[in-house]
Design a protein around this ligand. Structure first.
Ligand SMILES: O=C(O)CCC(=O)C(=O)O
Length: 312
């Protein structure tokens, strides 16, 4: 378990950002100082048994459904075998309870804000990694989530990713590169995989697989919190079962604002996301011909969690 490393950490770092709001030299309201130091140094933190397991059962499914590239044209097209992700569940009251769960929100406040911060849930996902078809398309290429987000500063964004069952190296646990959240946003593109790549599964170009990696094996309810610049991905599901997780990206709405991505590598990602949202216009409440840009795709999906909606 990763928590066992906390006690080996010495001394808090002096990095104080956001007008002192993110002070890594002080313990949080929920997290201990060593836990905060671990996150600041490594870009991720596992909190065991963060969410009560019973609440993760029987979740309904009626959102944007993403399918595996190698399974969707097969006899299994309409089965759970093909589903890789159910996105944007913010308007589902049962699933959205996950994003509002105090055990998660209190940790997020310690990592990207303070007790009074206005937090937004920006991106919600139920991730179902089906058994690999043999083409290794169930892998998720190593990437940095910031590639998908036209808002900054990155230090005020954090993902909570909760295991819904036992997640191991065999069924494709998350793999993270400790400390990589201190890098820039690296060049991303679709990897040139023989078996094909799932839609919007961008990966870091020229990714060096020899980079030190931690395989984050988890039990149901364990939650990993990570920075949006952290390099991470996941391996193929080599088992016969499904590997399910639920996640939410939070942003501190007092500190974050939208940025212009024109002329950057995010422009192409933005165009693809705008296209996906246009295809689901009705679901997003868009009128015929209504203008959508990258920022608007997130404005439409973001929901306040604590306090008031402000910048996002
Ligand atoms: O759940 C996984 O395997 C990886 C998910 C992920 O990194 C993402 O959707 O950005």
């Amino acid at each position: 378990m990763l928590t066992r490393h906390y006690s080996k950490l010495k001394g808090a770092t002096k990095r104080i950002i956001g007008g002192g709001l993110l002070d890594w030299t002080k313990q949080g309201n929920t997290l201990s100082l060593p836990q905060k130091v671990f996150f600041e140094k490594n870009g991720f933190l596992v909190v065991n048994e963060c969410v009560i397991q019973g609440r993760l059962n029987d979740l309904p499914i009626s959102m944007t459904v993403m399918k595996d590239v190698s399974i969707k044209k097969s006899e299994f097209e309409h089965s759970e075998k093909a589903i890789t992700k159910i996105q944007d569940f913010a308007d589902d009251p049962v699933l959205f309870e996950y994003c509002k769960n105090d055990s998660i929100v209190n940790v997020v406040k310690d990592l990207i804000g303070g007790p009074d911060s206005n937090l937004m849930a920006m991106h919600t996902m139920l991730i179902n990694k089906p058994p690999d078809s043999g083409k290794l398309t169930s892998r998720h290429p190593h990437h940095q989530d910031l590639i998908y987000f036209p808002f900054r500063p990155a230090d005020f964004i954090c993902c909570a990713w909760t295991a819904m069952e036992k997640i191991t190296k065999e069924n494709g646990c998350l793999e993270v590169v400790p400390g990589s959240h201190k890098l820039e946003l690296l060049p991303h593109g679709y990897p040139d995989w023989e078996g094909g790549v799932n839609k919007a599964y961008y990966g870091i170009q020229n990714y060096d697989p020899s980079m030190e990696r931690v395989f984050v094996e988890m039990n149901p309810g364990d939650t990993v919190f990570f920075h949006p610049v952290l390099v991470h991905g996941s391996g193929a599901n080599q088992t016969k079962g499904y590997r399910k997780a639920i996640s939410c990206h939070y942003a501190n709405d007092d500190k974050c604002h939208y940025i212009e991505v024109k002329g950057t590598q995010q422009e192409q990602v933005g165009d693809e996301i705008v296209e996906m949202v246009r295809k689901n216009a009705q679901k997003f409440g868009l009128k015929d011909g209504e203008h959508v840009d990258f920022a608007k795709t997130w404005r439409l999906r973001g929901r306040p969690i604590t306090g008031k909606r402000r910048n996002l």
